[in-house]
Design a protein around this ligand. Sequence first.
Ligand code: NDP
Length: 285
Amino acid sequence: MAQLLSGKVAAAACKEKIKQEVADRLAAGKNRPHLAAILVGDDPASRAYVRGKVKDCEEVGFESTLIHLPATASEEEVLHEIQQLNANPSVSGYIVQLPIPKHIDDKRILLAIDPEKDVDGFHPDNVGRMALGLPTYLPATPFGVLLLLEHYEISTEGKHAVIVGRSHIVGSPMSILLGRNGKLGNATATLTHSKTPNLEEMTRQADILIAAVGKPLYIKPKHVKPGAIVIDVGINRLEEKLVGDVDFERVEPIASAITPVPGGVGLMTRVGLLMNTLRAADGRG
Ligand code: NDP
């Protein structure tokens, strides 16, 4: 039976440490970290994600601010809120919850965010810093995966990590982080996508297999080397249930360790955001 890599357990341990750091910084007369979120529209999943992030802030002792704009809000209105947050010294960092309505140019929004406050780590300035190994905010989901591996003392050094999916927010940064020379890196990272021929041949070479495909239950036993560590980033709704990109029931018996969905990477993504906000309270560096 595979070891269950529980996001619940790892997130609770990480949040306890963050809570202690907040208490220490307040005792030292420092500022309280403050996370703000802009939510545009009423997408139920986005609302739930933002609610979770606000709850996390309460738990660890951060201040939080939610700016909820209607789905009809104009690009200029969103940009106005961004300018306010950029100029507000009490806000350590903020996020614009994705997806945003189609009539708004998401690239323009992204570029308007002050990179010093971009705790999602999506601004090109921060993506470049990450790629160069400079101090920055790491994108929350890949950061969360690294924190999960760290919690379970899983070393990545010398391992072959195969990532399925190359999005800018998950797969691509995941491959950069795992492949770089540093803590929780030093893996040989292979990034695969929909144009990769013979995907199974690739994924079967993985010591660590990371699924960020966006297709429910896509990764089957035929994709997995016996004994592999399987990290499921996917969150999909299937017949009223949340499922991952990995067919957990069938893959679990052959893996050595595996994350559940829900209760896996999603909770660690939220920890990644908290860690970035804690950092932002002292400046990005
Ligand atoms: P995207 O849809 O942006 O990217 C999906 C990637 O998968 C693309 O690179 C695509 O390739 C690749 N892909 C699609 N089909 C195949 C295939 N048959 N074989 C190989 N590769 C394929 O998704 P995201 O990265 O944003 O999200 C991935 C999943 O993770 C989703 O389920 C999402 O809900 C979830 N998610 C979870 C988070 C969490 O906190 N746990 C956070 C963010 C996302 P190509 O580029 O060629 O099109």
